[in-house]
Design a protein around this ligand. Structure first.
Ligand SMILES: CC(=O)N[C@H]1[C@@H](OP(=O)(O)O)O[C@H](CO)[C@@H](O)[C@@H]1O
Ligand SMILES: [Mg+2]
Length: 550
């Protein structure tokens, strides 16, 4: 039985000491904090990824270095499991334990304990594929990660600077290579070819889509969008904006999907670019979120968020399933979180099964796997569609009995190729939206009118201890601090169409308050009053009390 290469780990671990005053937590987005503090974490994640691969019999694990929509100086790292999915939850605890071992000796002890408890066979190979976004702190962090690989003897493949969804694609493609479940060629070329070929088939015979402006958030999505554009050729006219990936301070700065969703307005530098009637979308810093919007004829901004994408896509898929004559065999369902606009939930519930789960992609993804076709989107624009293995088999084996059935069946098969089923993918989702719009002959206006969003407001409250906030019922009800939920309920009752909930963030040291109501002013007022209640209950710095209530 081989032993841990303790000496090699020791020497390299000493070169990546853990800052004594910091605590790192592997949360919904992996480790994420100031990039300059993450050196030891990356080294240790290199070893952890290798161990995870050994545990899974040498299957390839992914490591993505990114902080997504967060500020440029932040960075982070997350692991991707062999099927292209988020790291299994039980290993999040191991990740946190390894990252916080105070010294090299303690770290080696923690690694040994993990090898024992997870019964890891050290004689198995360790294989990892890794990538990073465009952040300036990326190269140094990658080099710490590579030291981790070196210490354990990991066979590591560098996927360079690429998007989170492409890395997920690569992981799945590598692990299914040569099998009858092959996900595509395990290269970026394989990814672009798969997306562009299926897109072209899906829009064949339809009018060429209108020009779409893509705000690339000055991030890695700019590089991928440019590559994709070359593969798409003239099938869709794309105009890429915010593509400066080299100047300091530009990433996600007043642009990108998170800016648009939070501010509910155009990125300022698109104001002069966009014409009335034009459609555009924003990617986030690692291109796994997508927000659409358009200007109406009067130049007024209208946002089409993840909920609107889910409604558009789910309705189209249901229609194609019916047209293919597969209604009794294939059940389409939607998964949302409590942040989904109440109007979207109402629209969807009238048409198909809808499930609400806790925030975080892993919860949505797993719930979506329970449907034959599961559509999941977070309101912030992260989402995808999952076709179960049984559904994929039905689609390939079904014998259509009319030309119309055959066409719909082919559309569904092409959708399984167009959609990145491993994780939310802004570029794949953008093409998906354009396919549906082309088929329905919709502009942004018709799409937006599927239902009218309830005005809503999301605010953050800085509290003494966010862990004091505990929720149930997919985060829609607070159970701790005691009595606070009753007070919130009492407030909500006074607002027409009012809904509000409070939960601790899994990625920032804050408590989030969401509120919606029939009228804009009421949604705002409800959000700030609930925030005031939270603040009074949980306390903190008086200077940070929600301003409206000081
Ligand atoms: C309200 C909101 O948008 N929350 C985001 C945010 O989680 P929080 O736990 O709310 O910080 O980041 C997650 C990871 O990117 C994402 O899955 C989630 O939707
Ligand atoms: Mg992201």
């Amino acid at each position: 039985m081989p032993e841990l290469p303790v000496r090699a780990i020791q020497v390299l671990a000493d070169a990546h000491p853990k800052p004594s005053h910091l605590y790192f937590q592997y949360g919904t987005a992996g480790f994420r904090t100031l990039g300059s503090t993450l050196d030891s974490v990356l080294f240790r994640v290199g070893i952890l990824a290798g161990l995870r691969s050994k545990r899974l019999d040498g299957r390839t694990i992914g490591v993505m270095v990114t902080a997504s929509h967060n500020p440029e100086q932040d960075n982070g790292v997350k692991l991707v499991d062999p099927r292209g999915e988020m790291l299994e939850a039980s290993w999040e605890v191991h990740a946190t334990a390894l990252a916080n071992a105070p010294s090299t000796d303690a770290f080696i002890e923690a690694v040994s304990a993990l090898v024992q408890s997870a019964r890891i066979d050290l004689s198995k190979p360790a294989r990892v594929v890794y990538a990073r976004d465009t952040r300036p702190s990326g190269p140094a962090l990658i080099s710490a990660l590579e030291d981790g690989f070196k210490a354990l003897g990991v066979e590591a493949r560098d996927a360079g600077v690429t998007t989170t969804p492409i890395l997920h694609y690569l992981v799945k493609a590598i692990n299914t290579k040569g099998t009858n479940e092959s996900y595509g060629d395990d290269s970026e070329d394989g990814y672009y070819t798969k997306l562009s070929a299926s897109f072209k088939k899906l829009i064949a015979g339809k009018a060429t889509p209108d020009t779409v402006v893509i705000d690339c958030a000055n991030g890695v999505g700019a590089i991928a969008a440019k590559n994709l554009q070359a593969y798409l050729g003239t099938s869709i006219p794309l105009v890429l904006e915010n593509t400066d990936t080299t100047s300091r301070g530009k990433l996600n700065d007043s642009c990108g999907a998170d800016y648009v969703k939070t501010m509910q307005r155009l990125p300022p530098n698109l104001v002069d670019v966009m014409k009335p009637g034009q459609r555009a979308c924003s990617l986030d810093g690692d291109a796994d979120r997508l927000m659409y919007y358009y200007l109406d004829e009067r130049g007024q901004f209208h946002m089409l968020d993840g909920d609107k994408i889910a409604a558009l896509v789910a309705a189209f898929i249901v229609e194609q399933v019916k047209l293919a004559g597969l209604e009794s065999e294939i059940k389409v369902g939607v998964v949302q979180t409590a942040y989904a606009n109440g109007a979207s939930t109402k629209y969807l519930e009238e048409r198909l099964p809808v499930k609400c789960v806790s925030t975080g992609v892993k919860h949505l993804h797993h719930a979506a796997e329970h449907y034959s076709i599961g559509v999941y989107f977070e309101a912030n624009g992260h989402g995808t569609v999952l076709f179960s293995p049984a559904t994929q088999e039905i689609l390939t084996k079904h014998e259509p009995s009319t030309p119309a059935q055959s066409t719909a069946l082919n559309h569904l098969i092409n959708l399984t190729q167009l959609i990145n089923q491993t994780v939310g993918d802004a570029l794949s989702d953008m093409l998906l939206v354009e396919v549906v719009l082309a088929h329905k002959s919709y502009s942004g206006v018709e799409w937006n009118s599927l239902y009218a969003d309830l005005p809503n407001r999301l605010v953050k409250v800085v509290v003494g201890d966010r862990n004091a906030f505990k929720t149930e019922d997919a985060e829609r009800r607070l159970v701790n601090p005691p009595g606070l939920q009753e007070k919130i309920h009492e407030l909500v009752r006074r607002y027409e169409g009012g809904r509000s909930f409070v939960r601790p963030s899994g990625t920032e040291d804050v408590v989030r308050v969401y509120a919606e109501a029939v009228l804009r002013a009421q949604a705002d007022e409800l959000a700030f009053r609930v925030a005031g209640l939270v603040y009074d209950e949980a306390g903190g710095d008086p200077a940070k009390r929600p301003k409206e209530f000081i």
